[in-house]
Design a protein around this ligand. Structure first.
Ligand code: MG
Length: 198
């Protein structure tokens, strides 16, 4: 299966970076636990764009720490023969340093796409599973016939529960949740393993 994986709030705790930049630049607090919608009303669109641009610059991209288990689960999927397309809504100018980050954290991938229009691209590319935290992307993917899945965040928890979208608290949990679709993964990222096989 072709699997598309988002980066921000999917591979790493992006919210901490965004909140730090918003506080420093504009003195605006963005508490993670209070972010129950996708909208950020405390910043103007221009301020938010400025903050996002900084978080996608070389310094903060390089500083991002992957969520525990993310690399291992995805490596396990790839070891089973699935294709990994990392797809982030960020400017194409972020492509080179984003690729360097993926290599630095040891995440194996087949394609990196830093661009916009993710779900339209995913549908055209034959993506079967999209792992992404954005409520709009999750719903659009499902409408396009793509299985949506996500880590649970304050901004998507209620929607995932209501819509029955695959959702887990962490990456090992996501690996377990998607095992029926993708096969078992192993913590060592090694060869595949099915229940009942020795
Ligand atoms: Mg995201």
């Amino acid at each position: 299966m072709r699997i598309a994986v988002d980066i921000d709030s999917t591979l790493h705790h992006y919210w901490g970076q965004l909140a730090d930049v918003a506080q420093r630049r504009f003195g605006v607090a963005l508490p993670y636990d209070d972010q129950h919608t996708w909208d950020i009303d405390a910043l103007t669109p221009a301020q938010l764009a400025e903050c996002v641009a900084e978080t996608h610059g070389p310094e903060l991209v390089a500083a991002a720490q992957p969520y525990p288990g993310a690399v291992e689960v995805i490596a396990g999927w790839r070891a089973r023969g699935h294709t990994i397309h990392v797809a982030s809504h960020r400017a194409p100018t972020a492509q080179a340093h984003t690729a360097q980050w993926l290599e630095a954290i040891g995440l194996p991938f087949d394609e990196l796409r830093c661009d916009y229009g993710k779900v339209d691209w995913a549908q055209a590319a034959g993506i079967g599973l999209l792992v992404d935290d954005s409520p709009a992307n999750l719903l659009s993917a499902r409408d396009a016939g793509i299985v949506p899945a996500t880590l649970r965040h304050p901004w998507n928890a209620a929607l995932c529960a209501r819509e029955g979208i695959a959702c887990a608290q962490d990456w090992p949990g996501l690996g377990d949740t998607l095992a029926a679709l993708l096969g078992e993964w192993r913590a060592d990222g090694g060869a595949d393993h099915r229940a009942g096989e020795s």
